[in-house]
Design a binder for this molecule. Sequence first.
Ligand SMILES: [Zn+2]
Length: 479
Amino acid sequence: MSAAYNNQLVYVIIFNRLTLLSSARNERGRWGRESDGTCSFDDVCVDMERVFSFSALIFVLMIVSSEVSGFPKLIHRSLEENVGITLNQITEPENVSKAIELDELTIAHKILERVPLIDGHNDLPHVIRLLAESQLASFNLTDLVDKKPWSTDPTSHTDILRLRQGKIGAQFWVAYTSCKTQHNDSPQKAIEQIDLIYRLIDLYADTFQLATTAQEIEDIFALGKIASLIGVEGGHAIGNSLGVLRTFYRLGVRYMTLTHSCPTPWADNSQLDNPGQAPIHDGLSGFGEAIVQEMNRLGMMVDISHVSVSTMEDVLNVSKAPVIFSHSGAFSVCNNTRNVPDHILRRLAKNGGIIMVVFYNEFVACDQSASLYHVVRHIQHIRNVIGVDYIGLGGDFNGVDRVPTDLEDVSKYPNLFAELLRQGWSEKDLEKLAGKNMLRVMRRVEQVKMELFPMEPIEEWIPTEDLQPEHKQCLTEYS
Ligand SMILES: [Zn+2]
């Protein structure tokens, strides 16, 4: 149901009420004219004619004013309070793009012009690897809407024009390595993806600039560019080596997702929470705890999207710094193990971290199809459980092949902010969701790094007994 239809419905209800009032009076013969046209009670007849003329005038004014103001919302609110019809029943539309009123989209754009919208997870580098063999000279990232194979690939949601339309202020570009690379060439693949991100930033230097701190995000945003950050997805990318982890930090990596869809020899992944599956480490191993401590020392954020609940708990026990979910939803809203249960959300708030809400249909709707409203439900649920200070956005664009209606690509973020405005969010709260919460998390992670400064690098190796024979097949001599 569209908003315009809703407004008309309200007018019809009001007009109907006036007509009923009029006919009711006439039937009782108190205020109507007699059949010969004379008035039974002259004074009242005159008064009622005035009343109905005045009502008609008000009715016309309401229609006119509704075109230029939010007047219908007052009527909706009044219906909600006095008649018991809820706002949602009246206003939840099927098609957001038609329903979102221009003033709300305008406010959304203004918010995203003053606060950087920081998205936690975009897999564009992976899609460039798949569709263009990482060759940036073979295509122009400015506009891919009508360019094959990008235009027909369901995992292609990003180009520069759409990033600008979507008002992205800062993006964590993901250096992803698949589980197939584990115990094989995963560090090489991760470094190649980091190299690709650097080449993207260099080639489109008018648009992108590397950021490694919260302050750099703000400075680059002030220049009108998109602050570009690097996250590594899949802890297997470090090849069980703290030396590789430290080198990633020096290359500008500012978060690492501890697992992808497979366990590492030091952390359990979310799929192990599925029915019929059994934990391997029941969370983090001792070496896994050392990795988290070293990430704290380096100032690299610990991303616990993709990990099992036990791993989430262990990380929250060990980490001295806030942790992040770079792309996850709320388990209570959609029972997928990639999402976060309420008791972990509460612990996340105590930790001062952030959950950046994912847009993938299977995670937001537990279905192949979804709409922006499913994403809103996750955001509202998390807000209800832990408040507005721990929520961000991590769409997972280019990392998934099914995205919600009205959030089809990176140009659509303002729709989400406009809808939340419509649902009563303040501009201050939307600034937090957009980027202020993440900036706070990053600043605290940077501060913990300073506090841990006298701490020496952790020099231990993964214990040989933690590695199964099949883990070592591609390794040369261990020492
Ligand atoms: Zn992922």
